[in-house]
Design a protein around this ligand. Structure first.
Ligand code: SF4
Length: 361
């Protein structure tokens, strides 16, 4: 479907036509996972759940970077903020995520120098202006964000900044999809793949997962027509029994992705193992600075290695991120856990499933 203007991707007449097709072809009960938190929010904002046939369930996946950040990494961010002479720079969502004993927000309220930034380049600027202090950037993101973090490190080198480093809790999407498919109890009939990650990775990044698991997979943009179209394609694939990897976001995503962004990412970072909230350790699913860039690796620079800690008691974020539970099935939802008093990151993040349910469901 090739439309020209953004309004066309929000067109009510077109949306109704796709919904009609969905209702006509949908026979089976299906569990479709929107991998990305931005999709979760868009689905709620546009009321997409309410127009789908009863047999179609949408599950939120592990594509909200704040939500999948392991408790030990949140604890590391808090630990940095407690060090003398350190400025911690972070995206806003992270500040309220509770670690085992505190959050960046609480530490800031207690006097720690924690600053919200909009990109890694803001953190570089802070380092340039505060050469007598160490500036640590909390690196939390997927393939969309990692190239810019790499560019931040290259900028640090160019400017000969010795006081700038990043703690990398960055993650890669395809290994998480494979890990989900290997997890007992997880039942997914199709993936709505993240548009913005795919802009960088390209369609080819998902070929191994698709071929290994033969799971219907459609890359989607974020407008309602994009998402409805992706859902229709996934239902059609399931109904005719012909799984495929389809790119339904060709206006932004190519087979190869953004080669320049990938080049910068792979120049500075190398693939490493990573711990995901709820899912646990996934081999080769993270990215940490290569040896030649290790002076920018805050974990090495400060010897920061926090022990793994369990999720907050009663919080089901981990199961929600795997599609095993919905927020409403968490005993704390809307009781102890609200956006004002979040217990887990899925209620904090603007892309979190619990926050989306709370706001729109
Ligand atoms: S409602 Fe709160 S406690 Fe429950 S899963 Fe969501 S974030 Fe965790």
């Amino acid at each position: 479907m090739a439309l020209k203007y953004i309004e066309e991707y929000r067109d009510g007449t077109l949306a109704r036509a796709i919904i009609k097709k969905i209702q006509a072809v949908s026979k089976k009960k299906l569990r479709l996972m929107e991998v990305c938190g931005t999709h979760t929010m868009s689905i709620f904002r546009h009321g997409i759940r309410s127009v789908l046939p009863e047999g179609i369930s949408l599950l939120s996946g592990p594509g909200c970077p704040v939500c999948v950040t392991a408790q030990k990494d949140i604890d590391a961010f808090v630990a940095f903020s407690r060090l003398d002479n350190v400025i911690v720079t972070t995206f806003g969502d992270l500040i309220k995520v509770p670690g085992s004993s505190s959050s960046l927000g609480k530490e800031k309220a207690g006097g720690a120098d924690v600053r919200i930034v909009y990109s890694v380049f803001d953190a570089v600027n802070i380092a340039r202006e505060n050469k007598e202090k160490e500036v640590v950037f909390c690196g939390v993101g997927f393939e969309t964000t990692i190239p810019t973090i790499a560019a931040g490190i290259l900028m640090g080198i160019q400017e000969k900044l010795d006081n700038f480093s990043i703690y990398s809790a960055n993650k890669l999407t395809p290994p998480a999809l494979a890990a989900l498919m290997e997890t007992d109890g997880v039942k997914i009939d199709g993936f709505i793949l993240p548009g913005h990650v795919s802009v960088i990775t390209g369609t080819n990044a998902y070929r191994d997962t698709f071929e290994n698991y033969n799971i219907p997979s459609v890359i989607s943009g974020f407008e309602p027509i994009d998402i409805l179209n992706a859902i229709l394609l996934l239902i059609q694939q399931n109904e005719v029994g012909k799984p495929a990897l389809e790119n339904a976001y060709p206006r932004a995503v190519s087979d190869q992705g953004n080669e320049k962004a990938k080049l910068i990412m792979n120049q500075v970072f190398e693939v490493c193992n990573a711990t995901w909230r709820g899912i646990g350790d996934i081999p080769l699913s993270g990215m940490s600075p290569k040896k030649e860039y290790e002076k920018f690796d805050a974990a090495i620079k400060f010897g920061m290695d926090m022990p793994d800690m369990p999720e907050p008691k009663g919080c089901a974020c981990g199961q929600i991120l795997m599609g095993l539970k919905t927020p409403e099935q968490c005993g704390l939802y809307k009781k102890k856990c609200t956006p004002m008093t979040p217990v887990g990151p899925c209620m904090v993040s603007s892309e979190g499933s619990c926050a989306a349910f709370y706001r729109y469901a």
